[in-house]
Design a protein around this ligand. Structure first.
Ligand SMILES: [Zn+2]
Length: 163
């Protein structure tokens, strides 16, 4: 099975030593060199389930990133403290999201043509038919009025849309 979880599992095995090293750094807080991120991550841990919002898998905290829906580098300082722009994503989904291979459009997960053939998110054929568009894969219930502007920014500016 070539889903996101099995890919993550293989990455963990391949990088076991490196991962243990990173985990130790992260739990001690040293890895969070951006001042507000340590606090924001703690708020995420306190308020949200340790589940990736993209693939919906429960992960240990060492495999979950605090992912900015709109990139941290371009948001205002006040937005950096807004938890609406931060969600848990597993390492794989976070990478795909940051690089624009996946995005959320009007509450649907969309996958770029570059990776559409890999069925990374265990989407069944019925869901594909229901969504009518091959690239719109599943409803993202996390999408709401508070985080819409951040997801929309990502979709229009970072997502690798169809050429
Ligand atoms: Zn994930």
């Amino acid at each position: 099975m070539n889903n996101i979880f099995s890919i993550c599992s293989r990455l963990i095995i391949l990088n076991k030593d490196k991962l243990n090293f990173n985990f130790n750094l992260h739990t001690s807080g040293i890895l969070c060199n951006r001042p507000e991120m340590k606090k924001m991550r703690q708020r995420l841990i306190n308020q949200k389930i340790n589940k990736c919002i993209i693939c919906n898998k429960i992960f240990p905290l060492c495999l979950l990133d605090g992912a900015h829906l709109k990139p941290r580098s371009i948001i205002s300082i006040s937005e950096r403290k807004n938890l609406d722009n931060l969600e848990f994503m597993c390492k794989c989904c976070h990478f795909l999201y940051d690089k624009g291979y996946i995005s959320i459009n009007k509450g649907y997960l969309e996958v770029s043509n570059d990776i559409i053939d890999y069925n990374l998110f265990d989407i069944d054929k019925e869901s594909k038919l229901e969504s009518k568009l091959e690239s719109k894969l599943k409803i993202m219930y996390i999408y709401n009025d508070s985080n819409k502007k951040y997801f929309d920014y990502h979709y229009h500016n970072i997502f690798r849309q169809k050429k």
